[in-house]
Design a protein around this ligand. Structure first.
Ligand code: SF4
Ligand code: SF4
Length: 437
């Protein structure tokens, strides 16, 4: 189980320009420990898979396109101290290294169970996988640079530069803008483009390489993958899954992230599940993506994600997922948590099933999630209150007495909002953390 940050985001600076300067000073280790004591560290009582089942899973997102390894290491450190269940990052080896370094640095301060490390990939064009681009030398010098001000990641840096050219008739000095987008910091939110008065900014889309991803999945420090898909057509998903399926045996969780795209959404989810099922040896989770990369902009950003959850709760034929049950071995008396496919036959003569079967996947909100998301879920009666019936053929909401404890909504992922509230901790504490790495 993870707890949320308690810092009031509205009281925090909106931007932090430049990177944190580190100082190597061993005296500061005590300062960090004191700060952690004062700020408080989550009391982690459950493993990530249990959090999903209970409905209090928290995933924190570094950003599918955010690749600044210094900030990622620091964010992962803070997220681990916050007791999160999973940290989601770009599918890049150096980024994965940075996440794991942050986790280990946190565990040197306070011993906490390790959050799962998830890498995010896309099967086709997707807003999470893009970078802003422009040529600063084309920008008018008198531009007030709103692109720089609006960027939530401090990913645009511009400065005036004088260029002197020698000619036969003498020298000429030109003033130019230099700098531009800091590629590894841009996470593709797209806010800079519409504010440019001269229409200079383009958004360049890209797709993660499946072969590189397949290799990353084999790493011991990668626990999960998230596949971003549109949900409107399943052919790109099938192609990517074919490329990855031989590497999925190493994973604890496969997540599929998609927006609500109308009445066909649920049937698309079931089609994708049928594609995954023969090579899905672990838990699966559906990420209900509301309004991507907008959690830091205010209360209303979370509505779409909650609306997706409400639509899902209302349908009887919910998207399928791996079932799980507990077996008691009659010979050794040990409990075994078993994950299996929904039609796994219960014909083991040496074991007794003592917990229910599910064939409904886990669901988690994302996209615009922020401090108002839990409140919104509660208003809809979806926060750890809507339960899934044990009988897979009748998975409507049931009163607690007849239903299992498998929460319909497994949890929430926080991206931009989490980064915003983390800034306080990063600015206050991380100058002291260099000696831990
Ligand atoms: S797309 Fe977003 S993160 Fe990237 S430079 Fe523009 S405002 Fe910054
Ligand atoms: S707002 Fe547009 S024109 Fe102005 S500095 Fe930014 S990219 Fe250049």
């Amino acid at each position: 189980m993870a707890s949320c940050f308690s810092i009031n985001a509205t009281a925090l600076p909106q931007h932090h320009h430049g990177k944190v300067n580190y100082r190597s000073n061993k005296k500061c280790l005590g300062s960090v420990r004191n700060l952690v004591k004062t700020t408080g560290v989550a009391s982690v009582v459950s493993a990530p898979q249990e959090s999903l089942q209970k409905g209090n899973w928290v995933k924190l997102i570094c950003g599918a396109s955010f690749e600044d390894v210094v900030d990622i290491r620091n964010l992962s450190l803070v997220y681990t101290l916050a007791g999160v269940d999973c940290i989601d990052c770009a599918a890049d080896a150096s980024v994965v290294n940075a996440v794991n370094e942050g986790i280990e640095a946190a565990r040197e301060i306070v011993y906490l169970r390790k959050p799962w490390v998830m890498i995010s990939v896309n099967d086709d064009e997707d807003l999470h996988f893009r970078k802003a681009e422009f040529d600063p030398e084309e920008c008018p010098l008198d531009c007030s640079r709103p692109c720089e001000t609006i960027c939530p990641a401090s990913a645009i840096s511009l400065h005036q530069h004088q260029s002197t050219t020698e000619f036969s008739h003498g020298t000429e000095t030109l003033n130019l803008l230099k700098g531009g987008v800091i590629n590894e910091r841009c996470y593709g939110c797209g806010r800079c483009s519409p504010v440019c008065p001269y229409d200079k900014i383009r958004m360049a889309l890209y797709t993660r390489d499946a072969a590189v991803t397949a290799e990353l999945l084999k790493r011991k420090d990668v626990d999960a993958i998230e596949i971003h898909t549109s949900g409107r057509q399943t052919a790109p998903f099938e192609g990517l899954w074919d490329d990855l399926r031989n590497s999925t045996g190493y994973l604890k969780l496969v997540a599929v992230s998609l927006p609500y795209s109308g009445d066909s959404t649920i049937s698309s989810m079931n089609t994708m599940y049928a594609m995954m099922e023969p090579h899905l040896p672990c838990l699966n989770l559906w990420q209900l993506d509301g309004r991507p990369m907008s959690g830091d902009i205010g209360r209303g950003a979370t509505r779409e994600s909650i609306a997706f959850a409400a639509r899902l709760a209302a349908v009887e034929d919910k998207p399928h997922g791996l079932c799980r049950f507990t077996l008691l071995c009659i010979f050794c008396s040990h409990l075994w948590l078993i994950l299996c496919r929904s039609h796994f036959p219960l014909n083991h003569t040496s074991e007794v099933c003592i917990s229910p079967l599910y064939d409904v996947g886990f669901f988690q909100l994302a996209g615009g999630t922020n401090a108002h998301t839990v409140e919104g879920l509660k208003k809809k009666g979806l926060f750890q209150t809507t339960l899934v019936a044990e009988n897979s053929k009748d998975n409507r909401s049931m009163p607690p007495s007849t239903a299992s404890s498998h929460a319909l909504i497994g949890g929430i992922a926080y991206g931009g909002y989490a980064r915003k509230v983390s800034i306080y901790f990063l600015l206050v504490s991380l100058p002291f953390l260099k000696m831990l790495t």
